[in-house]
Write a protein that binds this ligand. Structure first.
Ligand code: GCV
Length: 721
């Protein structure tokens, strides 16, 4: 959603002051000599920087030759990537060959190709699609390192894994390692518009489009596909889910084909977001009714044309009947009707349609305390369970509202039993600081993915439900809204790239811990200087809680300006409008009563064991209290504090932590490259200032409403009163 932002002159003044501080920091930092070469962040976690002589020596036994089996373009990419990485990190030039090894070699090829060379060499377990096996073995009398997989894409993933080990100085002697993806769908969505702007993008303009056309120079698209492949992402939707009708013009398809060509060597499938009304809006049919045979024929022909030009096309994403988009309700049809007409056109080609469950009425009557936007996805989709074709996937945001800093998991994950699901996570930090604030989201995503829905009394974590691992669901997985742009460092902030990396790693293996993921990312991105690794890991791991504590604690939502930029504090903007991001704060209390007993009955959408967790105020975890219950400001939390005192303390502590980030970062001068050191220092300085703005705005707001003074005497004093 997007409306005009109210003007806040005093905020602007404050922001100008912080910008001046940032400028001063930049100027003073420029005078200090640094040991490490400056870097732009363009290479992200694929820097392949040179290892020291001692570390490089431990890879002396890496064969000097690569042998590619078969004639796959993706395996050739893998071969080139290995050559590049080894040259940069170890200073060695690998020779490249094909066919059969004639000396000790790194052998690259699918399992089927490997068996033509050595029929008895088999992985210890069956390899799923894209899974790979790294194995040190004798092949045809030579000491070889085999990188094999069931698909050529898996071979590329195996090479990236090998290079990651070298970059992090891990041993690759006597390798015997199988890695399998947790789910078949591991995609990113970009919300790029054809005019080159990106909705909720904070890293510059689109790498795909400019001025209504596909860019002439698509080198960034190829580099992006390389980054995606390195973390196991196998699909990318290139345009906004608020889809421009022009995306399906024949001329545009011919142009997007060039993007698919840039993706293909990296095994990344291209997909498009489409508008359901396209048959009527762009080709003059008098209807887009999904049950009209002419509409079905239109989609079939359109899809055939796409596959003629892009044979490995992945499919479509659809946002319908949501936030003003047209949908099947125009004709009294349902979402399964809409998804299936497109799914059937894609089916003969192996494509899939992602149908978004982000469907809600944004004109809800806010006077009615029983209304609840959180119920919309379940209400719309649960009755349709089993009605979707097997190449349709319902794409569900992690929470029932909209990527807030904390939400419970969407009950729809447990509400579909015979329908494919994918979880939609937001990598771009729309409500979590827009890459200007540090907010590493992997710990939040872990909580969501590990949340047990207790379906039928069984252990059924969300990750399990979305991954196509239950019967009657042939596919499923993970979708991340990434929104990288033309900024050299992709997302506007070097540290924000940890979220893209972390999304890919979790989509591959949601069992990885946040600590492991961030440690990998930091070492690959900044090198292995112990102080840098320790500091950056710790900052990243605490950053979500810090952001939450100075924005919207206790499950109240982000408390941001929801009708404007989704960035500044703006708790009043949530109320008295139809968007439904209500926190229901009034003079008596705060929070939404979503209980079955007295509230909106949202809690009733969960399986019984989860209902038990949230229905009773006394049982409800503190960090979700205001999402599920309306309580007086003096209500006592499990922690012993009152709600209002918690809000005061949390905001003061959060702002202090944000200031600590600056102090923690400063000793890294000289331990990492100058450019990213200074860039990040400036961002952290700015964040510390913004955290104070947030603290004061929210504390004063809740003080004005509640009239309850801060026990520590901080709130309601000074110039902001
Ligand atoms: C692409 C929120 C965002 C919109 C976004 C929408 C969606 O409302 O603010 O920018 O639109 O979610 O996910 O469709």
């Amino acid at each position: 959603m997007c409306m005009a932002e109210p003007s806040l002159v005093h905020r602007m003044t404050k922001r100008c002051w912080y910008l001046a501080v940032v400028a001063a920091v930049l100027t003073s930092a420029a005078a200090v000599p640094l040991r490490v070469d400056a870097e732009t962040g363009a290479e992200a976690w694929l820097r392949y920087s040179a290892l020291g002589p001692q570390a490089a020596k431990s890879y002396d036994r890496l064969p000097a030759r690569t042998v590619a089996l078969g004639d796959s373009a993706v395996v050739r990419t893998a071969q080139q990537e290995l050559t590049r990485g080894v040259a940069q990190m170890l200073g060695r030039t690998l020779s490249a060959g094909a066919g059969s090894p004639s000396e000790n070699s790194v052998i690259l090829g699918t399992l089927a190709e490997l068996h033509s060379l050595t029929p008895t060499l088999n992985p210890p377990q069956e390899l799923r699609a894209d899974g790979y096996w790294l194995k040190s073995s004798r092949v045809r009398g030579f000491d070889c390192l085999v990188v094999t997989a069931s698909t050529d894409r898996g071979v590329l993933y195996g090479v990236f894994a090998l290079l990651s080990k070298i970059a992090r100085a891990e041993s690759i002697a006597a390798l015997a390692e199988v890695q399998q993806p947790y789910a078949p769908i591991r995609w990113v969505n970009q919300w790029d518009n054809l005019n080159g702007r990106i909705e909720r993008g904070y890293g510059g303009p689109s790498i795909f489009f400019a001025d209504g056309r596909v860019r002439d120079d698509l080198s960034r698209a190829g580099q992006y596909a390389r980054l995606l492949a390195s973390i196991g992402i196998n699909g990318c939707t290139i345009n906004n889910v608020n889809a421009d009708l022009g995306i399906l013009d024949d001329a545009m398809i011919t142009q997007t084909r060039r993007i698919a060509d840039a993706f293909r060597p990296w095994g990344v499938q291209l997909a498009l977001s489409v508008d359901l009304s396209s048959p009527k809006a762009i080709d003059g049919l008098d209807t887009f009714d999904p049950l009209d045979p002419r509409v079905a024929e239109w989609w079939r022909k359109k899809v055939d044309e796409i596959y003629r030009q892009i044979p490995d096309f992945g499919g479509f994403v659809v946002k319908a009947d949501s936030e003003g988009r047209l949908g099947p309700s125009t004709y009294g049809r349902n979402h399964a009707d809409a998804a299936n007409v497109i799914a059937r056109a894609l089916k003969p080609h192996g494509g899939v349609v992602f149908y978004r469950a982000f469907v809600y009425n944004h004109h809800l009557d806010w006077h009615d305390l029983k209304n609840d936007r959180a119920k919309a996805a379940f209400d719309n989709f649960h009755p349709l369970d089993g009605a979707f074709d097997d190449n349709a996937i319902v794409q569900i945001k992690n929470g029932p509202i909209d990527f807030q800093v904390r939400e419970p998991v969407s009950p729809l994950f447990g509400g579909l039993r015979r329908t494919n699901e994918a979880i939609e996570l937001q990598i771009t930090q729309e409500y979590t600081g827009q890459q200007k604030h540090l907010c590493f989201l992997v710990p939040m995503w872990k909580e969501v993915l590990d949340f047990d829905m207790h379906l039928d009394g069984n252990t059924t974590p969300v990750k399990h439900l979305v991954a196509g691992r239950v019967s009657h669901r042939p596919t499923g997985g993970f979708v991340g809204v990434a929104n990288v742009g033309m900024d050299t460092n992709w997302m506007g902030s070097p540290l924000a790239m940890a979220n893209l990396y972390g999304f890919g790693r979790l989509a591959w293996d949601p069992g990885l811990s946040a600590e492991t993921i961030v440690d990998e990312w930091t070492r690959l991105t900044f090198g292995s200087d112990p102080l840098a690794v320790q500091t950056i890991n710790a900052m990243q791991l605490s950053s979500w809680h810090v952001y939450e504590s100075y924005t919207g604690p206790l499950g109240a939502g982000t408390l941001t300006n929801i009708t404007g930029n989704h960035y500044d504090p703006g708790p009043e903007s949530s109320e008295e409008n139809g968007w439904g991001q209500w926190h229901r704060a009034d003079r008596a209390g705060i929070g939404m009563d979503r209980t079955v007993a007295t509230g909106t009955a949202f809690v009733g959408q969960y399986p019984p064991a989860v209902q038990k967790l949230y229905e009773a105020m006394a049982e409800c975890p503190d960090n979700m209290l205001l999402f599920f219950h309306h309580v007086p400001y003096t209500y006592a939390l499990h922690s012993g504090k009152t709600v209002v005192q918690h809000v005061y303390d949390s905001h003061y502590e959060g702002a202090e932590h944000a200031a600590d980030f600056v102090a923690e970062w400063k000793p890294l001068e000289g331990h990492i490259d100058e450019e990213r050191y200074r860039d990040t220092l400036a961002r952290l300085q700015y964040q510390a200032g913004e955290a104070v703005v947030w603290r004061d705005a929210i504390c004063n707001w809740i003080y004005r409403l509640s009239g309850v003074p801060d026990a520590k005497g901080r709130v309601g004093r000074g110039p902001r009163q």
